[in-house]
Design a protein around this ligand. Structure first.
Ligand code: NOJ
Ligand code: CA
Length: 692
């Protein structure tokens, strides 16, 4: 198929001229756009528009007028990879009217690293209430790009990716059939993939397609046409088939395209954050990035520990007095055990302790509360909250709350004020939320409009109470952390917990920063030191495909302001010299330099601590050993640094020798190029301290 880039009515370039956008309407009045990067086509003529039950904003359009503007500001995020972010773009607004008098504006912002556009529907005479049936936005590729895909799914994104050509997507996705609880994928999602989607063209361009500022609208996935190489927006519907209910005036989320001929630029791009609104929270002084450990991995290791306090609840439906139930003796969220975690955190300078399974409702939770409701202000009888609250406070450690809703979002909304007040009364100021399961009230999916609205309701309510959120199983992030900086992290991808459920190949964490992380930080839960689960001797025998040193590097390559040390304290106590790195590594940064990167293969990144002059470096590889070449020319000239290098030992290998590491100190400066060997599934982590 020939690459079509036509001459058009309106053209705009990025500030440095490398990106060119053209917009026009075709002979039947369908609006379309195309995009190029350094004269290479990125997106060929692609249609724009939206169809609702009440009105079709798709064709018969003419361009009424266009407006252009330029914008250049530098802003300071509350936390993140950089202390300053430049937001520099040229804007083109195309004002359209169709033959029925319907009005629609498409607003494009063209940056040096890509483009965002959204539909803006003004208040109008013909239709002010819309039930959205389809968004016709296309992203048509000029050629048969390579793509790294996870399958379309309205409810979960916890998948391993597959590398494929566009032409082979349907076949590539077949292997995911039957995995999901509903059979949607086999039917309407058989050629659908999720965003953030990364592609690479044969002429060397890296292209990321996603969205920014997902508010009041369903999440977008992409239907792939394997013969024309066209990608088309596929909005998550509710179970009645409606994709969104809009009251005009309304602006859709931004559709985003990040592009470069250098893979490192995709990682460094702040385009998605830039397309989000500035913080709605004025006083952000209470928002505090943190490292935490958790009463958590115990439930995954195969030691038969449970979130539930008792096993006999199902036998006695209707019982609400837990003190009458027989404890199962396998419940780690008990006072004595939590105390040990608090002691460990206090001893090692870890800010906080997450406790899961502390509250009533876990019996039968995986079958979705057939006879239970989660209560967010009712501790189990063996969890002495007043005591632990005071004990933690005395030790200078925070407790992190956990709210598993099992996807009953409406019930959670009803309890929310009470739950957040309960947190404040007990000295909690961060909560990990969860939405495991398929039972979503009011016929919603995890990523349909209703659940997007729910996520916004929760984050705004949390801000009122000065509470920070780490959400699991919520709609994947779209940069809303800029607007709501109390949204420290999300899961929204296949995380470290899967090391106990089938494993994550090392390429997984070498891809996530190019895809999922473009929307915001992930609570990946790094820090697994005991990677061979047969160690526990009970059931689990998998080996995580990672060396111990690589787990340290993940603190740099998977940055998050809410960063877990996921393993058990007893495992950290076996490797105190390696744990020192986790103790030292910061969770917010003044600057970040991506030194080496290739999707799904390797990443090397250096970051400058926000609160000191120390640099930290993380390097990871995939299943192939590699030598990272770490060019330290970013260091200030003339200054000496001492580098503490945590590396794979020469004989390290994720499969045969994962816990073999070395720690050494060397003197470096900005002329140094460190050559660092990374094992199969390996990595290296380095701390650089200025010599005073
Ligand atoms: C799934 C979450 O991802 C996991 O971290 C959590 O422990 C369980 N749900 C229970 O809430
Ligand atoms: Ca999960």
């Amino acid at each position: 198929m020939p690459a079509v880039i036509s001459m058009t009515a309106a053209t705009i370039t990025s500030p440095n001229g490398s990106i060119v956008l053209n917009v026009d309407v075709n002979s039947v009045g369908e609006p379309y756009y195309n995009l190029s990067y350094k004269d290479k086509p990125v997106i060929i003529d692609s249609k724009l528009g939206l169809a609702a039950k009440e009105a079709k904003f798709t064709d018969q359009f003419k361009i009424l007028s266009t407006d252009t503007a330029s914008f250049n500001e530098t802003w300071q995020p509350v936390w993140g990879e950089f202390s300053e972010i430049v937001n520099h773009y040229n804007q083109l607004e195309v004002n359209l009217e169709n033959s029925n008098g319907l009005l629609m504006t498409v607003c494009f912002r063209v940056f040096d690293d890509g483009m965002g556009f959204r539909y803006e529907f003004p208040l109008q005479d013909k239709a002010n209430y819309l039930a959205v049936l389809d968004e016709v936005t296309e992203f048509n590729m000029p050629a048969n790009n390579t793509m790294w895909v996870i399958p379309g799914d309205y409810d979960t994104d916890e998948y391993l990716f597959t590398e494929t050509r566009i032409s082979d997507v349907t076949d590539a996705l077949k292997k995911y059939n039957g995995v999901h609880s509903e059979s949607q994928r086999e039917k309407e999602l058989e050629s659908t993939v999720q965003t953030p989607l990364l592609m690479k063209s044969d002429d060397g361009l890296y292209i990321n397609v996603h969205e920014a500022a997902l508010i009041g609208y369903p999440a977008m996935q992409l239907d792939v046409d394997t013969t024309t190489y066209s990608l088309k927006s596929h909005l998550t519907p509710d179970k009645l088939g409606v994709r969104g209910y809009l009251q005009l005036p309304f602006n859709t989320p931004w559709r985003t395209i990040i592009v470069s001929d250098d893979a490192r630029d995709i990682l460094a791009s702040q385009l998605i954050l830039n397309l989000n609104e500035p913080s709605k929270i004025e006083d952000t002084s209470w928002i505090k990035p943190m490292k935490f450990i958790g009463v958590w991995w115990e439930m995954f290791t195969g030691r038969q520990k449970t979130w539930a306090y008792s096993d006999d609840y199902r036998a006695k439906p209707g019982v609400t007095d837990y003190t009458k139930l027989k404890p199962n003796g396998r419940h780690p969220a008990n006072t004595e055990n939590v105390k040990k975690y608090i002691d460990f955190a206090a001893k090692h300078g870890i800010d906080a302790v997450l406790v899961e399974g502390w509250n009533e409702g876990w019996e039968d939770w995986a079958s979705y509360r057939k006879n239970r409701q989660f209560l967010f202000d009712k501790p189990y009888p063996d969890f002495d909250l007043p005591y632990l609250r005071d004990y933690a406070k005395e030790k200078g450690v925070k407790l992190v709350m956990h709210h598993e809703t099992a996807a009953n979002a409406l019930d959670y909304e009803r309890q929310l004020d009470k739950a957040f007040q309960f947190m404040k009364d007990n000295n909690y100021d961060a909560v990990k939320t969860g939405y495991v399961g398929a039972i979503i009230p009011r016929s919603e999916h995890h990523t349909s409009q209703g659940m997007v609205d729910h996520a916004q309701y929760v984050i705004e309510k949390a801000a009122e109470y000065e509470i920070m959120i780490d959400s699991h199983e919520a709609p994947r992030p779209t940069g809303l952390i800029r607007t709501y900086p109390n949204w420290l992290a999300q899961e929204s991808a296949r995380g470290g917990e899967f090391e106990s459920m089938g494993g994550n190949p090392p390429s997984h964490t070498a891809l996530l920063p190019f895809t999922r992380l473009k929307g915001g930080p992930m609570d990946y839960t790094p820090g697994l030191f005991q990677t061979d689960l047969s160690y526990y001797g009970e059931g689990k025998d998998g080996k995580a495909m990672t060396t111990l040193a690589r787990q340290l590097a993940l603190y740099l390559t998977m940055p998050s302001p809410m960063q877990m040390a996921a393993d058990l304290p007893e495992n950290y106590e076996r490797f105190p010299d390696a744990f020192q790195f986790i103790e030292d590594v910061p969770v917010e940064w003044r600057d970040s330099k991506y030194l080496e990167a290739e999707p799904a293969q390797y990443i090397t990144v250096a970051r400058l601590d926000k609160n000191s002059d120390d640099w930290y470096i993380g390097a990871i590889t995939d299943d192939t050993p590699r030598e990272a070449v770490i060019d330290l020319s970013f260091l200030p000239a003339g200054e000496k640094f001492i580098a503490t290098i945590y590396a794979d030992a020469p004989d390290a290998d994720w499969e045969t020798n994962p816990q073999a590491y070395t720690i050494k100190k060397v003197n470096v400066n900005n002329k140094t190029k460190l050559k660092q060997k990374l094992a199969r599934g390996g990595g290296a982590a380095i701390r650089l301290q200025p010599v005073k």
